[in-house]
Design a protein around this ligand. Structure first.
Ligand code: SF4
Length: 75
């Protein structure tokens, strides 16, 4: 899935943890880093996201803990 499609499907903006900041979104992707603005975990919608499902991702809180690849590598 390319970033363009992922950004269209991403549900981060509906998430209680999300903070609008410089159009940051789709934190799960290896091309996206942690949020520069989100500081606190207040619930995560990632497990219910079509991107998470289509990509077969397993992690959560990408905005704070890092993208799937980094979390799997424990970076
Ligand atoms: S917790 Fe998950 S769904 Fe919520 S903003 Fe962060 S990455 Fe997106």
């Amino acid at each position: 899935m390319d970033k363009k499609e992922a950004v269209k499907l991403c549900i981060c903006r509906q998430c209680p943890t999300y903070v609008e900041c410089n159009e940051e979104i789709a934190f799960c992707l290896s091309t996206t880093g942690k949020s520069k603005c989100i500081k606190k975990e207040s619930g995560c919608l990632c497990p219910g996201c079509p991107v998470h499902e289509k990509m077969g991702f397993r992690k959560v809180y990408y905005c704070l803990r890092g993208n799937e690849k980094d979390q799997l590598a424990n970076k």
